[in-house]
Design a protein around this ligand. Sequence first.
Ligand code: SAH
Length: 263
Amino acid sequence: MMDPTFPDADRIRIVLVGTQHPGNIGSAARAMKTMGLHRLVLVAPERFPHREADALAAGALDVLEAAERHDTLASAVADCGLVVGCTARARRIALDESGPREAAAKVLAEAARGIDAAVVFGRERTGLENDELQLCHAAVTIAANPGYSSLNLAASVQVLAYELRQAMLAREGAAGDRTGAQTPDDLPASHAEMEGFFGQLADTLDAIDFHKGRTPEAAMHKLRRVFLRASPDAREVRLLRGVLADAQRMARLAGERGSGSQS
Ligand code: SAH
């Protein structure tokens, strides 16, 4: 069954070129389905269909059975607006190169705009030919042991499929945040609200004698980073400011008592 959560997956195809071992086709289908991908395209597989493919696909037989077949990579990606080719070795060919995470983000951005995108994998023995890489907009390399950097074909599919799923989840989370934020209180605090909070934080640190003669800038710099990273909403900033207000009040009381005992 398809993963209904990610409609963008319809626009993402995994293309295996000239696969030699049918078991790898099955394992690739399984790798895809576990990550919510379902469009498998086979370019001139050496042996397919094959019982080893079925056996290794396990619960992903549906992905295998729905696989499209093409004779050439050009025809497999003809209607794609973005094609990225996975290669273990940097080739002498002028292509942008990136890692799986960056590539997955680009693929998903295209899919989300309604544009079909392909991630292409080569043959077990020889990978993708240079003229096949020429059809790609960018190359993807999984950073691996330089002394042995060639992953199993289906393992590479798993790495890319995983990153595609993370990208889909991130996009879904961002969309959820947008639609779920019904009131201004739920929105991340504005720049002005954060600055108001930082001003009060600086005053409070002075009032409780936090700096003890050190310059306040270094501490404030770090504290700003912590709170900006947390991206609190307006309600949370009010809560934090309430805590500061109480600390300021206690510091004032302590100060009054202190000066009272001296007099
Ligand atoms: N000897 C071949 C290895 C092919 S492995 C070569 O050097 O190219 C089969 C396919 O898995 C490759 O064509 C590529 O698509 C993918 N692959 C394997 N290791 C990879 C890596 N480190 N980075 C990106 N893709 C890789």
